[in-house]
Design a protein around this ligand. Structure first.
Ligand code: NAD
Length: 307
């Protein structure tokens, strides 16, 4: 299969490496020049739990040298999705499948709006990765990847892609109701990410205090109300309990939002708590707590940028 990965940071280069290892023709595309040059020069260096390995891969700074692809995987941060997909238009034909495994809500919509005739798949992955330097990543966590059709007639192809991923070492399952899956992950992220980022604590600390539990409950119950009003089939019987379980299970992790603020970078807040606010507004559900944390995170981003 001819596969391009747009946004070859931690997750994009990880998935690209596994797919290339399975014999597919993979091109990584990333605007980070040093990273691209290092990958082309020495391969991608991956720190796995079992030790280090180097995977030989092709990387490009843009899509100019690439032709039509069978599969394009979008792995930029959500706030770059529109730009990245727009500038990669030469990769898409009517038979190209586009897959997003990004966090948050709204990426599949942006892709489907930008590439009108495309088959768009969306999903979640429990793999985790971090960039350690140009051409160098850590494979921090292993878990299941779940995909489903967001738009288009991709019934056979979604299964082909899941089989391809699984054969390459990325265990993948297809679900019919991908919205349920995306909202399930979103409800966890809205309860954990902004609070860990604002309070500068690891995930597990959130369940240790009454005040942090109360804050989680405020954010999550608004998200749950919006999901229910939108007819989403929430995959947990007790959403707050599930969020707390995940916080405990990932107790020592620093959430991606906390890591983004640590680096002085931008967060995906608009696609996480901000998405709950947007969806709530469409459905006439008020979401003041999610609005508040969205603005607090944006305030931290703005203050850091101008300091
Ligand atoms: P990352 O910052 O490591 O990688 C994103 C890459 O996109 C960067 O290398 C950046 O240079 C590149 N980029 C930016 N604009 C671009 C453009 N226009 N064209 C091409 N490349 C561009 O981010 P990440 O941690 O790999 O996360 C990617 C997505 O996956 C996010 O939505 C994140 O929430 C999600 N996710 C991450 C993890 C994880 O463990 N890191 C796990 C699950 C999901």
């Amino acid at each position: 299969m001819k596969i391009a990965v747009i946004g070859a940071g931690a997750m994009g280069s990880l998935f690209g490496a596994y797919l290339a290892g399975g014999g597919h023709q993979v091109a990584l595309v990333d605007v980070w020049r040093e990273h691209v040059e290092m990958i082309n020069k020495q391969g991608l260096r991956i720190e796995e739990k079992s030790g280090e390995k180097i995977v030989s891969l092709t990387a490009e700074k843009d899509t100019r040298n690439l032709g039509a692809q069978d599969l394009v995987i979008i792995f930029v941060k959500s706030y770059n999705t529109a730009d990245a997909v727009n500038t990669a238009r030469n990769l898409f034909t009517e038979s190209t499948v586009i897959l997003t495994l990004q966090n948050g809500l709204g990426n599949a919509e942006i892709i489907a709006d930008t590439v009108r005739n495309a088959t768009v798949l969306a999903g979640t992955t429990a793999h985790g990765a971090t960039v350690l330097g140009p051409g160098y990543i850590r494979h921090a966590g292993v878990g299941e990847t779940i995909i489903g059709i967001y738009k288009g007639a991709g019934d056979r192809r979604v299964h082909d892609i899941a089989d391809t991923f699984t054969n390459c070492g990325i265990k993948t399952r297809v679900v019919d109701d991908i919205a349920s899956q995306l909202w399930g992950k979103l409800l966890i992220n809205i309860g954990i990410n902004p609070l860990t980022a604002l309070l500068n604590v690891t995930n597990g600390r959130l369940v240790e205090y009454d005040a942090t539990c109360a804050l989680m409950q405020m954010l999550v119950s608004e998200g749950e109300a919006v999901a229910r009003a939108g007819g989403i089939n929430i995959p947990y019987a007790d959403v707050l309990e599930k969020v707390k379980q995940v916080a405990v299970a990932t107790g020592t992790n620093r959430s991606s939002m906390l890591q983004d603020l640590d680096k002085g970078g931008r967060t995906e807040i608009d696609f996480i708590n901000g998405a709950v606010v947007r969806e709530g507004a469409k459905l006439g559900i008020s979401t003041p707590y999610n609005e508040m944390v969205t603005q607090l995170i944006k305030a931290v981003e703005a203050i850091r940028e101008f300091n």
